[in-house]
Design a protein. Structure first.
Length: 232
């Protein structure tokens, strides 16, 4: 199967975990969009669910396809979140945020009883970090905050370029919460658990793309089918 076929296969398998009446967190990104399309088909066939999207982009697609939506103010507790990942390891530590929605993705995931990751085989890694780690930072004092991020990262064996993300016009990219994203090209992250903890203590850091002890299952599309990965 191609990468796109693997994404579709993983998204289709995730539907087996969706039950009638569920309140669902719905992720952001290309694989999550495949899930939205398939979910919409089930909804059209009579499945009753309420979705809470993790981004304006996901919300627009879900509404267009007829998936009923709510928000965390009206629906504060969710049964299940289905979302993609930019990288995942054998312990289901994740890097997320390639689509710029990491803060809302983490809020929605942690409001859920369970998070299931859907991905293609290219996202599975031995050590996190080849994908640049996104960190959401408030604009005020961003240069100072990034300097502190670099110091903390270096103490945990992570060094590399840290660049503010730009949009397709070369202008600063802003998240749905009006913050910056800085992408950290560390190459490898030897201790993602400790790094996530320490980065989140820095004033000015809103959230990191390291998702630790949040996902309980990954469904990974491969050339031969869909593999299930659970933390060891």
């Amino acid at each position: 199967m191609t990468g796109d076929n693997q994404k579709q296969a993983a998204a289709r398998r995730a539907l087996d975990f969706v039950e009638d009446g569920m309140k669902l967190g719905i992720g952001t990104g290309s694989t999550a969009e495949e899930f939205v399309k398939l979910l919409a088909e089930r909804v059209a066939g009579g499945l009753k669910v309420i979705g809470v999207p993790t981004s304006e982009r996901t919300a627009a697609l879900a509404l267009k396809l007829g998936v009923p939506l709510s928000n965390l103010d009206d629906t504060p507790h969710l049964d299940l979140t289905i979302d993609g990942a930019d990288e995942l390891d054998a312990q289901l530590c994740l890097i997320k945020g390639g689509g710029g929605a990491l803060l809302r993705e983490k809020i929605v995931a942690t409001a859920s009883d369970r998070m299931i990751v859907i991905a293609d085989a290219s996202k599975v890694v031995t050590t996190l970090g080849a994908f640049a780690l996104p960190i959401e930072i408030i604009p005020f004092g961003a240069v100072s905050t990034v300097r502190r991020v670099a110091e903390v990262a270096s103490a945990y064996g992570c060094q590399g370029d840290i660049k503010r993300r730009c949009d397709s016009y070369g202008e600063p990219f802003f998240t749905d919460s009006e913050n910056f994203i800085f992408d950290c090209a560390f190459g490898k992250i030897p201790d993602p658990v400790s790094l996530a903890r320490e980065l989140n203590l820095i004033a000015g850091v809103v959230e990191t793309g390291l998702f630790i002890n949040i996902a309980s299952l990954a469904l990974v599309g491969t050339p031969s089918g869909v593999d299930m990965i659970e933390p060891k």
